[in-house]
Write a protein that binds this ligand. Structure first.
Ligand code: DLL
Length: 434
């Protein structure tokens, strides 16, 4: 099956935009009438629903931020009452208060449809067995993929995270064809499989991985695909928008944002001005049909760019490029902006290095320092070839310096010495803020 929902997925751009305008108008009137938060925000910005006369008029509307959700914890921004809700998810809240998201029946339905369309566009369907190795529970990853895959007709193995050897047995015994997990867990699974003497290519039917929930680079994709024979696809979303929502298609050329569900803008994070196709900036999403917790011009903080050309798969919905990181993940080292994903990209182009690394940022006197610890691929280098090791270390430092424009200390460590992650990886230790 090429499309889950051909009427929408094949819709010409002009029709998508006409539909978006209709949905936006309805959303703005609804928020103005029923949400104290949005009404007062719109009044502060001197904008009334009648001012929205075209899709481009969206720029007249105020932004909203994660802070707004935190300030209105737990449910101050919900529309309707508890009796309208059928589920809550709660974000972990590692920085500050957690955020709570409520869902109506229709919210869950649209969420499942969005994921199901994405999985279909990757080429998955009823003949697939999908192991969902994202956490089930308050985190949105497990249940989000679960209902999307069921909706498409795949058979789901709700493995959740952890118990990695058992997960590999399940992949073999249940003839699993696809897995959904974080890229860092995919790396961990591959390592454990190797130790168990299991080759995914030879001993299993696993051929597709749907990876997301944390930044990962194109080089990391090449490594995963090269070493496992598995095609790896990017999936993106945030809990406030529902959870995992949007994926790449089989072209692996950008994440499709379904235009009937979401309107995409990319802005300059400093000025708030809208940017054009291909220009890198902060992603802003308006969810056009969300009921319990509407999101209008939500500044997610993720860095990306958009493309509005028709994709090679035939779908005309706007695509966003791989997320480069978050505005607040950006490290400023001696005045230079550095994203952890750039470091990953640089390291992965050195074949002698493994996939696991850690970044330690500190301050010595007035000077920022950055140390990158990275695992070697093979312990052999440790034997008696000290010269080789020094040469390699210099090569890595050089590679990083060229990519980042800032000097970096490098420490090469033995394979399997750095922490492994079952959920989202935590690669940066910033001692300046501890
Ligand atoms: O991580 C939802 C999700 C679950 C997405 C499973 C994909 C798969 P949150 O915990 O709210 O929700 O975290 C959202 O994670 O703003 C990004 O910074 C980051 N993120 C999510 N997917 C990607 C991705 C889920 N594919 C935050 N690439 C987002 C890069 C991602 N970053």
């Amino acid at each position: 099956m090429k499309y889950l929902d051909p009427r929408i997925e094949e819709m010409p751009r002009t029709e998508i935009e006409a539909l978006q305008f209709k949905l936006l108008k309805t959303l703005v009137y609804r928020l103005y009438s029923f949400s104290d938060f949005y009404r007062s925000r719109m009044k502060e910005h001197n904008v009334h629903p009648d001012d929205i006369r075209s899709l481009d008029d969206i720029v007249k509307l105020p932004f909203m931020y994660k802070k707004d959700l935190r300030d209105n914890y737990p449910d101050g921004m919900f529309i309707g009452g508890q009796e309208d809700l059928v589920r809550y998810h709660v974000s972990s809240g590692t920085t500050g208060k957690p955020t709570v998201v409520g869902y109506t029946h229709r919210d869950l339905e649209n969420w499942a449809i969005s994921v199901a369309r994405g999985l279909t566009s990757i080429g998955l369907g009823r003949r697939d067995v999908l192991q969902v190795s994202y956490g089930y529970g308050l985190f949105t990853g497990g249940l989000g993929l679960h209902y999307g895959a069921e909706r498409m007709g795949a058979t789901v193995v709700p493995a959740s995270v952890g118990n990695t050897e058992r997960q590999i047995e399940l992949i073999q015994d249940l003839r699993v064809t696809a897995i959904a997990c974080t890229p860092s867990y995919m790396l961990h699974l591959s390592e454990v499989a190797e130790k168990m003497g299991v080759s995914f290519e030879r001993d299993t039917r696993l051929r597709t991985a749907v990876l997301g929930a944390e930044p990962w680079s194109e080089k990391m994709r090449a490594r995963i695909e090269g070493s496992t024979g598995i095609k790896a696809y990017d999936i993106y979303g945030t809990s406030e928008l529902s959870g995992p929502l949007f994926t790449e298609c089989s072209e692996q050329n950008g994440i499709h944002i379904w235009g009937d569900l979401a309107y995409v803008e990319v802005i300059d994070p400093e000025t708030g001005e809208r940017l054009g196709p291909g220009e890198k900036g902060e992603l802003v999403i308006t969810m056009l049909q969300k009921e319990a917790l509407p999101m209008m011009r939500y500044r997610i903080g993720d860095i990306t760019s958009f493309e509005d050309s028709v994709c090679g798969c035939g779908r005309s919905h706007v695509r966003i490029s791989r997320i480069q990181g978050r505005v607040d993940d950006m490290l400023i080292i001696r005045g230079i902006n550095v994203f952890p994903s750039q470091i990953e990209h640089a390291l992965m182009s050195v074949p002698e290095l493994g996939e696991h690394f850690q970044i330690v940022v500190d301050r010595k006197g007035a000077l920022d320092t950055m140390l990158v610890r990275v695992e070697l691929k093979s312990a052999q280098l440790f034997s008696d070839k000290l010269d080789d090791l020094i040469r390699l270390k210099n090569k890595v430092a050089h590679q990083l310096r060229n990519n980042l424009n800032v000097a970096v200390d490098v420490e090469l460590v033995s394979p399997e010495t750095l922490t492994r992650f079952e959920g989202k990886a935590k690669r940066v230790i910033d001692r300046r803020v501890l």
